[in-house]
Design a protein around this ligand. Sequence first.
Ligand code: GDD
Length: 395
Amino acid sequence: MFIESPRYTERLGSVRLNHVQSVIALDSGLKNQLPPHSAMGVVKIDEETIKHYEDRMAIVIPVKDEKLKLFEGVVSGVPQDCLVIVVSNSQREKVDRFRMEGDALDQLCRFTLRQALIVHQKDPAIARAAMDADYNDLLDEDGLVRDGKSEAMIIGLLMAKAAGKEYVGFVDADNYFPGAVLEYVRNYAAGFSLAQSRYSMVRILWQYKPKISGILYLRKWGRISEVTNKYLNSLISTKTGFETEVVRTSNAGEHAMSMQLAEILPFASGYAGEPQELVSMFENFGGILPTKDIKVMEQGIDIFQIETRNPHLHEEKGNEHLNEMLLSSLSTIYHSPLCDEELKQAILAELIGQGILKKGEEPPPVYINAPLKKGKVLQLVEAIQSDFDKYHVLH
Ligand code: GDD
């Protein structure tokens, strides 16, 4: 593929946050050379490189009661060499949707001879393993893994580690275009190939997010991301003294990270996960607050934001859902020790203006799952490994 080279990098301590890079073309052919003219600022990522990273990557698909056709389409879009890991929180009573997902996955894997794992978020074996490893953050009052997309991501990360993968990418299960899924994963691979550090992250920016209301309208910005981006950029600006627009992917559900980075990041519950990842990196490695992890400070963290060619069409889940997402996203910034009083007031005004909070209310702090390193992660991973056959679709 051809992709814009990273043009400008914003540096906050050890965090290297690259401005958006657009995909120029999805394929770059077998010829080795870049065309002599007009190649300035364009990087060619060859097929071999993309396959190198795909082979080392697990793609985690969190799913909760999505249409089966959409789920099948998403799985069919994941490149063959990636390990597919489905973490489901779908219903089991009456209609056993988890079983239907397992059957569909099994069939696709048989047709294509591919590897895949599937696990239910409420599987007591996972909760027991977490408890034994002192990773109780993940558990609710019933002693099972808590609900939430972030919690599914953590289970996916653990399974990917158990399978020996070096990179993990996330793709939502409600995407209408399998071709877009294929592009996300190729973009993940492209980003990782450009990283200097072992701690790296790739976040996807959709070129368009279509909305159908009578006519097809190719909307560029989602309601939530636009607002969260603004306040995350303000958070950076208040520290550097220079206004910036570098953050364009604060709520990127589609994103990927190296296992080394995944292990040191806290994961905020539910949908606050994606903005919290950025906030936590700024807090822990932004050079403003003290850090304990000197090794990471030395290597630095590379973050790439890649704009797709494909538009992103997914299930719309209503206004209330969007309000909740915005509240938890802005809460990650509001409660950060980096957030000064002026920015707090601006966030409050935004949430009151949008009718999400009333005067005098504050955003409730989001629940944060500690970084995996804090638990006895190896013990947890070994427990999952010992049960691996159970999760394997082709077993
Ligand atoms: N396993 C599991 N457990 N999966 C879940 C859960 C859960 O508790 N809740 C949601 N999911 C799955 C959904 O089935 C879907 O595949 C994916 O997680 C995203 O959830 P949605 O409810 O569809 O979220 P969204 O489309 O509104 O928001 C997405 O895009 C945002 C950016 O626009 C998410 O990826 C957000 O995290 C992201 O910020």
